[in-house]
Design a protein around this ligand. Structure first.
Ligand code: CU
Length: 439
């Protein structure tokens, strides 16, 4: 349906980001607004931050504290969660767990001490299926103390929308279909709010490309045709050894940072970036090389994590919690998504000892996808279906496939009550949430 409406607009984008400076105070205003999609003649009513889709890119320097005043101009309560940031529990943005909802007209001030340099993002954690889907999300970058001489630092916030012919967002959320399946998958994919944008580069450039999956439910499996993309960071932290991007399941919440050198002989070429997760691959964006003389390729080493949590420390670690993921009947929608047969807020909670290596097992007894996210910690995937998984990186969100069992290892460092949930918003709202208490 939408393909018919799609006029392929090539939009030249050099930078879509508006930044807050390190250590500064900024205001974030969730509000109603409009966004012009290329599929329609008139703008679509959305909810946004500061009048922009996506919300402003917030940048701060590692070690600094960012102060964000969130003034709620929506007609309903909201909150802001800073996905992946290890911050004070009270700043985590989860109503009912770490704070009260921010009522319409009220302001809540978040103080974010930035301890990890990397790619993060922010979004509401209340009525999240609807609030994210209507457009409330943005990227947060923590810059290292010394910047590397990348030619360009590109941010692609991947998203999808369920749009109707008349140019509006389909306004029924958590439908029977969403709940029975893998949540709300849209019919229009965007990068930074644009359809199939084209990014301009020069031959010889070395770019950092940060991919953020901000979709409610859609998993991306991005491929770069003709370019070598090296993964240098996952979920906001450097990998312990870089590797070429071949198959990385970028599930809702995940981020990957890529190191891409544009070949010096690529002048005039266009490289397509596609998604291969669904049966029918489709183009997401493209990288167009200017028809000009090659620039000198910057040479430098990207940082690697010095085995932040080596797999060996988990050999004797105990399993702190096993959660069985499955559908049960009940809850406010009739179909509940449960952790150990319990639906949030009547949840089976977890306890983790601070500073100690521990394991958690997510055992998916269902035939659906569950990208499981734990707030406030990074973890390492140790096993999938009982087989050793040697991922050379940590994460904060892991896709647990149908009937798959995933064992993770973690060393929690921050006290507090941290939400743990499926990042498919419909599943989370239908009960698939719990907490781990770290003390
Ligand atoms: Cu799920």
């Amino acid at each position: 349906m939408l393909a018919r409406l799609t006029a392929v607009l090539f939009i030249m984008i050099s930078s879509l980001t508006v930044s807050a400076n390190a250590g500064e105070r900024m205001q974030l205003i969730p509000q109603q607004g409009l966004h012009q999609f290329p599929f329609f003649d008139t703008p679509t009513p959305v909810w946004n931050y500061n009048g922009q889709i996506p919300g402003p890119t917030i940048r701060g320097k590692v070690g600094s504290t960012l102060t964000v005043d969130v003034l709620n101009r929506l007609a309903e309560p909201t909150s802001v969660h800073w996905h992946g940031l290890r911050i004070d529990n009270a700043m985590d943005g989860v109503p009912g767990v770490t704070q009260d909802p921010i009522q319409p007209g009220d302001t809540f001030t978040y103080h974010l001490k930035l301890i990890d340099a990397g790619t993060f993002w922010y979004h509401p954690h209340l009525n999240a299926g609807e609030q994210l889907e209507r457009g409330l999300k943005g990227v947060l970058i923590v810059d290292p103390s010394e910047k590397l001489p990348w030619s360009q630092d590109l941010i692609w916030l991947l998203d999808d929308w369920r749009l109707q012919k008349e140019g509006t967002i389909y306004s029924r959320f958590n439908t029977h279909g969403d709940l029975m399946h893998d949540g709300r998958w849209g019919n229009a994919v965007t990068v930074n709010g644009k359809s199939k944008p084209e990014f301009l580069v020069s031959p010889g450039e070395r770019i950092r490309l940060r991919l953020v999956n901000g979709a409610n439910a859609r998993v991306f499996l991005p491929t770069f045709d003709g370019l070598t993309a090296k993964v240098i960071a996952v979920d906001g932290r450097p990998v312990s050894a870089t590797f070429p991007l071949k198959t990385f399941y970028l599930s809702p919440g995940n981020r990957i940072d890529l190191d891409i050198t544009i070949p010096v002989d690529a002048a005039g070429k266009t490289f397509s970036v596609s998604d291969h997760f669904t049966r029918k691959p489709f183009p997401v964006a493209s990288i167009k090389v200017k028809n000009e003389k090659a620039t000198k390729t910057p040479t430098f080493d990207t940082p690697t994590a010095e085995n932040y949590i080596p797999a060996a420390i988990f050999e004797k670690a105990n399993v702190a919690k096993t959660w069985d993921l499955n559908a049960i009947s009940g809850g406010q929608y009739g179909i509940g998504w449960s952790l150990n047969q319990k639906l949030w807020p009547d949840a089976d909670l977890g306890d983790l000892a601070i500073g100690r290596p521990q394991k958690i097992v997510f055992k998916n007894s269902s035939s659906r996808l569950h990208p499981m996210h734990i707030h406030g910690v990074f973890f390492r995937v140790l096993e999938r279906n009982g087989k050793i998984a040697a991922e050379p990186f940590t994460r904060d969100t892991v896709l647990v496939g149908p009937r798959e069992s995933v064992t993770i290892g973690l060393v929690p460092e921050h006290n507090g009550i941290w939400l743990t949930h499926c990042h498919i918003q419909s599943h989370a709202e239908a009960g698939m949430m719990t907490t781990v208490t770290v003390e």
